[in-house]
Design a protein around this ligand. Structure first.
Ligand code: SF4
Length: 212
């Protein structure tokens, strides 16, 4: 087996059953990610187009650049969860359908990624901005309430997630655009760590995490 994993898991929700496709890849040298660091360009994009800019401790301009985090770790594990939008076709408002799918994907991948973080004694970058408090204490001018649990998104640290997903897992990220439903939607995370885990280890850890 090479350093890539592919799993398909059923997830039973209160109002539907969906299948989640899971792709993962071990990157044996974290240095291979440095060419995907586009910190200044992505921070500028956030500044122009995202209401969370400067409003969440997990977002630019407060997020730590990936180049700084990478110095402390040797390996990285790239993880993508995706699900087809056909499971949500009963939701007539297409934007809400994508939102519902993303909420499920993000919470599911976050749980598994945090589990991997514990076992690998690593550090995770999650999908989307931190959602631990509502609102983020940053908005109230207060320090982060859970600095030990707060994690940045990959984008917030300056990584180009689309390029990374395509290059390492041949997975294109699709978005809701012009009122058109994408065929599928995805969530992407990264675990940084120092111990040399095999892909079989990662499969077993993910399987266990998804059963809990
Ligand atoms: S833990 Fe709370 S205060 Fe800290 S970044 Fe997350 S939402 Fe904001």
């Amino acid at each position: 087996m090479n350093d890539i994993l592919f799993l398909k898991k059923e997830k039973v929700l209160a109002n539907r059953t969906i299948y989640i496709e899971i792709k993962g890849r071990i990157l044996k040298s974290i240095d291979t990610l440095t060419k995907y660091f586009e910190g200044e360009r992505l921070a500028e994009t956030c500044k122009k187009g995202c209401p969370n800019y400067g409003m969440k401790w997990s977002c630019p301009p407060f997020a730590v650049p990936f180049s700084n985090l990478a110095k402390r770790y040797t390996y990285a594990f790239l993880l993508i969860f995706s699900t087809e939008m056909k499971y949500y076709e009963d939701i007539k408002n297409k934007y809400l359908a994508v939102k519902a799918a993303n909420v499920t994907l993000k919470s599911t991948i976050e749980k598994s990624t945090r589990d991997l973080e514990i076992v690998t004694k690593g550090y995770t970058l999650l999908s989307g901005s931190c959602r631990l408090c509502k609102p983020c204490y940053c908005k109230m001018g207060k320090p982060c309430k859970h600095p030990d649990r707060m994690r940045y998104s990959m984008e917030a640290t300056g990584l180009n997630v689309q390029r990374l997903s395509l290059d390492f897992l041949e997975h294109e990220l699709l978005w809701y655009k012009d009122k058109t439903l994408p065929r599928y939607t995805s969530a992407v995370t990264l675990v940084l760590y120092n111990e040399d885990f095999t892909i079989e280890n990662m499969v077993r850890l993910l399987e266990e995490s998804m059963k809990r």
